[in-house]
Write a protein that binds this ligand. Structure first.
Ligand code: HEM
Length: 398
């Protein structure tokens, strides 16, 4: 039996959907939005184990071939756009190891720490701009989406003069509407290619320059730098936006949370990553041999989606999983994945969420939702989990 996902009802009730699956059929077959049969794994132990199982592959060439064949089999036109392309997210060792090490060398804890003052200033500017608007403001568009886009621009070294345009394209990439994101995708690729050429000729102290710098030994090719920049842009944008808006929603519906956040922002952000995981399904993997999991045998050559968002609400691992509880210690959540592909941007995401949420809680103690929380619209983004809009009445600025 297959379970239907990605309907209006699914997006509005994803946690209930996953709770039912965990109880009734923890490993099930569904049909992806491109019409391809996909196995979904929902329980914590299974998800965590498969995230480190080398019988599951992410090799981009074989994955693309498999997707194409399955789309034809399903009677669909095989339209595959570059997406993460040949980035390390779609690679197995040894290619993955090489690419990840080359990025990690430049995307260091020091580089992330250096972004803190920028992030704080930007947060204050965005909140100040929101406060000047009359009537309800959309905190998703005006804050949660804008902040990570601009932080990534700063990280990559997008010149100030281009940021407005760059942000418009990256915003369009999140719309979920091919008519908007396809041209935006082309524009971003063309822009990044020009920027990479400019940084190669005249390096600055940004991450893109560091990635293009000629050094002795192995380094990234221009195509690999482009794939990496696109990956950072895509992986670090909607995810962080979803985390910030989920945090604001909780601040507004759980009044005692603000005090806890100001006392221990790191703990609050960690529990948020667990309970409101910005990523619902890890990116595609496929089986290279038969894999037995949760009483089911997934045959070789099948697509698998590991639900990290569901795993993080598995009662077996996190009792009272729908309760926001700082005492539980959210450590061990798989909101950033696990194993080889564990999120490389996790320190930056944590920094952005801590800065954004503490500033919001401090500056707008009287803010309230302009619509009932149950009516907030969800993004229709297949692997993500978040709000597409959140109208607020901000109240006086403290
Ligand atoms: C990988 C979540 C923010 C860069 C991942 C994965 C998850 C994830 C679940 C693993 C995907 C898989 O195994 O299929 C998140 C969440 C974020 C966030 C929840 C925000 C709250 C960021 C940021 C950046 C970033 C800000 C960088 C600017 C990456 C990269 C990978 C990755 C480069 C691929 C790592 C690899 O393949 O080895 N992220 N991410 N992420 N993330 Fe994040």
């Amino acid at each position: 039996m297959t379970r239907e996902m990605f309907t209006e009802h699914y997006f509005a009730h994803v946690h209930e959907f996953m709770a039912t699956a965990r109880a009734e059929e923890p490993v099930f077959l569904t049909t992806s939005v491109s019409g391809v049969p996909t196995w979904v794994v929902t329980r914590y132990d299974d998800v965590r184990a498969l995230l480190t199982d080398d019988r599951l592959s992410k090799d981009s060439e074989r994955l693309t071939e498999l997707l194409r064949a399955k789309m034809i089999e399903a009677g669909r036109e095989p339209q595959l756009h570059a997406g993460f392309g040949k980035s390390m997210l779609n690679a197995d060792p040894p290619d993955h190891t090489r690419l990840r090490l080359l990025l990690a060398k430049d995307f260091t804890a020091r580089r992330v720490a250096r972004l803190r003052p920028f992030t704080e200033q930007l947060t204050d500017n965005l909140l100040a701009a929101l406060a000047t608007e009359d009537g309800p403001v959309d905190v998703v568009d005006g804050f949660a989406v804008a902040l990570p886009a601009m932080v990534i621009s700063e990280l990559l070294g997008v010149p100030a003069a281009d940021r407005h345009e760059f942000q418009a394209w990256t915003g369009a990439l999140l719309t979920g509407d091919p008519a908007e994101y396809m041209p935006a995708n082309d524009a971003v690729v063309a822009y990044l290619n020009r920027l990479i050429a400019a940084k190669t000729a005249e390096p600055g102290d940004d991450l893109l320059s560091a990635m293009t710098k000629a050094e002795e030994g192995d380094r990234l090719s221009p195509d690999e730098v482009l794939a990496m920049a696109l990956l950072l842009l895509i992986a670090g944008h909607e995810t962080t936006a979803n985390l910030i808006s989920a945090g604001i929603r909780r601040l507004l519906t759980e009044p005692e949370l603000a005090e806890k956040l100001l006392a221990d922002p790191a703990a609050v952000v960690e529990e948020l990553l667990r309970i409101d995981s910005p990523v619902m399904l890890a990116t595609s993997r496929f089986t290279t041999s038969d894999v037995e999991v949760g009483g089911v045998t997934i045959p070789a050559g099948e697509l698998v989606a590991l639900s990290v968002g569901s795993a993080n609400r598995d009662e077996e691992r996190f009792p009272n999983s729908a309760e926001f509880d700082l005492e539980r210690g959210a450590r061990g959540h798989v909101g950033f994945g696990h194993g080889l592909h564990h999120c490389l941007g996790a320190p930056l995401a944590r920094l952005e969420a801590e800065v954004a949420l503490t500033a919001f809680a401090r500056q707008f103690p009287d803010a309230r939702l302009a619509v009932p929380a149950e009516e907030l619209p969800h993004r229709r983004a297949t692997i993500m989990n978040g709000y597409s809009e959140m109208p607020l009445v901000l109240g006086a600025r403290a």
